[in-house]
Ligand binder design. Structure first.
Ligand code: NDP
Length: 276
């Protein structure tokens, strides 16, 4: 049972990762991201998700530095973008990210998308960064089971995390099972389907029973599936609301009802067919 914002999952290498994190996609560099991360940290979030592609790493780093919270108490994730994939380019991209984030290491470094011809070379760079202790954990994002299978058969270090689109309309049961079988922690991006899922009648009805909002219900559903979740908001009340998901538990029946909404519906690109 996950019942506190401080609760963590233990990755395959023993590193602890908070179940709840704060997403920063579409938050502008500078004041906007600094303020949002600041509110998240004040609220008790200890995991922040960014990416080179979000162009807000400087602000994320500044907010963390100025929070007064010890660096080792924060779990920081960033990602290598598609145009920086390949061994050498990834090593340079990592240096660039670290500099912008003004930190010596990240807690998790991810390959943002599975660029077919390059992800194995990119992974070798992540293995080097990991061995040097500059990323406490390494993983992938938007990898489907077949990408993971392909990578695992050749890699020296197995990915510890796969961050993918995951919400009640896109459950990806096969991928979830694959990750469980291989000790890879699944992490949900767009857990609220960017807000689209919130007005759905079935979700509203279930939420009323628990006196929770649709957002809280969906986030709790993800946690009960043992999936790490990273909702994004720029609003203080929503950032707080999204963290109040540790004081209730969805029944098995309501979990199944939410599971039954699965329609394989994506809000983002299909990893097998994206514009790299
Ligand atoms: P989310 O599913 O987290 O939804 C964010 C949207 O929902 C925003 O428009 C926000 O609005 C709104 N919202 C948030 N909380 C509430 C609430 N309680 N009630 C009503 N509306 C709410 O989408 P994201 O795409 O941002 O995904 C989360 C994170 O996942 C990203 O920020 C990023 O870190 C990561 N990500 C990773 C990807 C990858 O390829 N690896 C791809 C996409 C995202 P407002 O801000 O106005 O409050």
């Amino acid at each position: 049972m996950i019942n506190s914002i401080q609760d963590t999952t233990v990755l395959s290498n023993g590193v602890r990762m908070p179940w709840l994190g704060f997403g920063t996609f579409n938050i502008n560099e500078g004041e906007e991201v600094e303020k949002a991360v600041n509110i998240a940290l004040e609220t008790g979030y200890r995991s922040i998700d960014t990416a080179a592609a979000y162009a807000n790493e400087k602000g994320v780093g500044k907010a963390i530095r100025e929070s007064g919270i010890a660096r080792e108490d924060i779990f920081l994730t960033t990602k290598v973008w598609n145009s920086d994939q390949g061994y050498k380019k990834t090593l340079s991209a990592f240096e660039e990210s670290i500099k912008k984030l003004s930190t010596d290491y990240v807690d998790l470094y991810l390959i943002h998308w599975p660029v077919e011809s390059l992800y194995k070379e990119t992974w070798k760079a992540l293995e080097k960064i990991y061995k040097e202790g500059r990323a406490k954990a390494v993983g992938v994002s938007n990898f489907l089971a077949h990408h993971l299978e392909d990578l695992i058969k050749e890699c020296e270090i197995c990915p510890m995390v796969d961050q993918v689109e995951f919400h009640p309309f896109l459950v990806q049961a096969k991928l979830l099972q694959f990750c469980k079988d291989h000790n890879i922690q699944l992490e949900a991006w767009s857990p609220l389907m960017r807000g689209e899922a919130l007005r759905y009648l079935q979700i509203v009805k279930i939420s009323r029973k628990y006196k929770k909002s649709s957002a809280q219900t969906i986030l709790r559903w993800g946690l009960q599936h043992q999936v790490v979740t990273i909702p994004k908001s720029v609003h203080r009340d929503r950032i707080k609301q999204n963290a109040q998901i540790f004081d209730f538990e969805l029944s098995e029946e309501d979990m199944s009802l939410l599971d039954s909404l699965d329609a394989g519906k994506r809000i983002g690109p299909d990893p097998d067919n994206f514009d790299s």
